[in-house]
Design a binder for this molecule. Sequence first.
Ligand code: C5P
Length: 319
Amino acid sequence: KSVIRKLWKGDVSARMLSVHLQRAQKNYVNMNKHRAVYGGRRKTQLRGRELLCEMKKQVHVRTLDGSEQPFSGLGWDRFVPTRPLEQLYQAQFSTCAVVASAGAILNSNLGKEIDSHDAVLRFNSAPTEGYEKDVGNKTTLRIINSQILAKPQHRFSTSSLYKDVVLLAWDPAPYTVNLHKWYQSPDYDLFRPYVEHRQRRPAQPFYILHPAFLWQMWDVIQGHTQEEIQPNPPSSGFIGIVLMLSLCEEVHVYEYIPSVRQTDLCHYHERYYDIACTLGAYHPLLYEKMLIQHMNIGSERDLKMNGKVTLSGFSTVNC
Ligand code: C5P
């Protein structure tokens, strides 16, 4: 609980975590599976608009367009949506909701407020059915990791969760963004299910996020942090927040930074308890959340009582 209070203040360290989570973090640092090495300067003092501007400058939403090898050789320019993500919407959304899947959103009564936004982003297999009162029922976009596409239990090709929404999938590539290596050995095979789905539903906007975009975000998180963060891509939640910062004038993020309702319940839709879901083991979640707190323009009350952070979209800041 004291870590959560520190998060509300935007001042956290791995030392505040349990021995178990600290050890997990160290193991990921030592393993460095994706060979991530931060080469930039550290600007740990940036807050608010300055930090947002840094992010706007360093991070550019990008999807696979089939123009690079090995994808160009495989004819992927024919598989990706004809309309690029940047051109999918005529104008910026006025306000958007990002709904983290944390258990703490249960009993929040936030459903109506969430649905009142122009666009709502959800993650992975998080449902709305049966949870409308707390999470709403509108879904505009959904970010999915490669496990959703690859593991049969998610029934990606048949589940209604993945229909009638804009889909964005991601998978970690090497930090050097070697697309050949990535294509040969993704964490989970997302490429085959992607092509199959594109052929089955060519009208559905479905993109794969470019790994360069993921590592740009990682660079900003590490560049903003004094400690050595997990050398793994940011969580879907952070990816989604940055995506919406580029699509919306104002972004409202729910239960990403935990409210007073926080418990060890991992997801609102599953009876599985693990504090790592909230504070991070594989993902540099603790540091992601600190960075988001540093850009919050919402009230302290909204943060603590509603688990809500408000951010200005990239288009509205003059850098
Ligand atoms: O677990 P999953 O990645 O599907 O959840 C979606 C996102 O919601 C996460 O990537 C993370 O950013 C956020 N989340 C959280 N705390 C939790 C569960 C999820 O911040 N307990």
